[in-house]
Ligand binder design. Structure first.
Ligand SMILES: Cc1cc2nc3c(=O)[nH]c(=O)nc-3n(C[C@H](O)[C@H](O)[C@H](O)COP(=O)(O)O)c2cc1C
Length: 353
């Protein structure tokens, strides 16, 4: 298990694991030649899940459970605290199941991160073969371990199908998720294949507080598992990884589909503050960035701070150039959908706006 977590980090840092097309490139914002606002006046602050953030940005859930993960999470948390943005930790399943110690997760509590997101997987909420299910008590433990504000429950069935040791049972998962959501605040989170409107409505009914749409466009776990299977000589898994490399709903489309009256986090393929602005303009309450922040954390805590500050500076620049004084104005600014994303929108009968 912990080897798997280390493999994921190494593969994401060393290989190309993204789809060919990044759908954020298809989202255009309209330049305002007369912004009628001073750059210094622009306010990027937001409140999300009860926390006050300096900008609508979250370092997405990534890792925990092996020795290097202490260093990675320490650097990410230091950066999030310094810049005033949110941070998720990687799946806490290994520690909840007693396979590893807590240190690589509890390390985040040493920093003053304004919004901390705990993490477990939906597939683990139901029994898988001889493996027992995690209970609502485990969810409480996961939150307490990182002094978390909300618990992300990740929906990663594409990865479970492709990875050699995946959990394949999904019957009863919504009910199990609902039981957890009755006890603790839950953020439902996809990990790269996006959330449909039907799923968003079901999740809302189940009582989640928000949805991280985790769409297609960034890190593809099919790609990550393809490389793992390849190195282990597992030909069927390698083939599945390759076939499902580009599976899913593009992030901007999922963001539009999931507008069901809950706060939305847009994760999947964000590269900079322009992509973040595009996500906010399409209705996100915040954007999430994973692999990009991992690359910075690999260098140093200072590199994480620099990367976050650069993203916020870019966001501010877009707000200036579109004449938006605060995040709610950016959420109301006009977006144009072009290219493959416009084709998706058209095929789904969605209106532009
Ligand atoms: C190394 C790595 C490990 C990850 N582990 C988790 C995890 O444990 N739980 C989770 O919800 N998402 C996990 N993710 C998914 C990310 O949170 C995010 O949804 C995905 O990487 C897309 O964002 P990106 O395109 O900015 O990388 C992981 C991502 C990476 C790169």
């Amino acid at each position: 298990m912990t080897e798997r977590k280390r493999d994921h980090v190494d593969i994401v840092l060393g290989q190309e694991v993204r789809p060919k097309h990044n759908h954020w490139d298809d989202i255009r914002l309209l330049h305002q030649a007369l912004p009628e606002i001073d750059l210094d006046e622009i306010d990027t602050r937001v409140s999300l899940f009860g926390a006050e953030l300096a900008a609508p940005l979250i370092i997405s859930s990534m890792t925990g459970g092996f020795s290097d993960a202490v260093r990675i999470n320490d650097r990410l948390a230091a950066g999030a605290a310094k810049v005033g943005v949110g941070m998720g930790v990687g799946s806490q399943r290994p520690v909840l199941q007693g396979q590893v110690g807590e240190e690589s997760w509890t390390v985040v509590t040493q920093h003053d991160v304004p919004l901390t997101i705990a993490n477990i997987g939906a597939p683990q909420l139901i029994p898988q073969g001889t493996k027992p299910a995690l209970a609502p008590e485990d969810a409480k433990r996961a939150l307490a371990m990182v002094d978390g504000d909300i618990l992300a429950i990740h929906l990663n069935y594409t990865q479970e199908i492709v990875q050699p040791e995946g959990d394949r049972r999904a019957r009863g998962v919504l009910e199990a998720l609902q039981a957890v959501a009755a006890e603790v605040p839950v953020l439902a989170k996809e990990t790269g294949a996006g959330v449909s409107r039907e799923a968003a409505l079901q999740l809302k009914d189940a009582g989640v507080r928000g949805i991280d749409i985790g769409g297609l466009g960034g890190t593809s776990f099919s790609a990550v598992e393809y490389y793992r299977a390849k190195s282990e000589g597992m030909s069927l898994k390698e083939r599945l990884g390759e076939t499902f490399w580009e599976w899913g709903i593009p992030s901007p489309i999922s963001l539009r589909l999931c507008q069901v009256g809950l706060p939305l986090v847009a994760t999947g393929g964000l590269r900079n503050g322009l992509d973040l602005a595009r996500a906010v303009a399409l209705g996100a309450s915040a954007g999430g960035m994973a692999s990009q922040m991992l690359r910075a954390a690999e260098r140093s805590a200072e590199a994480v701070v620099e990367e976050l500050q650069a993203v916020v500076a870019e966001l501010k620049a877009v707000m200036f150039l579109t004449g938006c004084g605060d995040v709610s104005q950016l959420q109301a600014t006009r977006t144009l959908l072009t290219g493959p994303t416009a084709e998706w929108a058209h095929a789904l009968g969605m209106e532009e706006g």
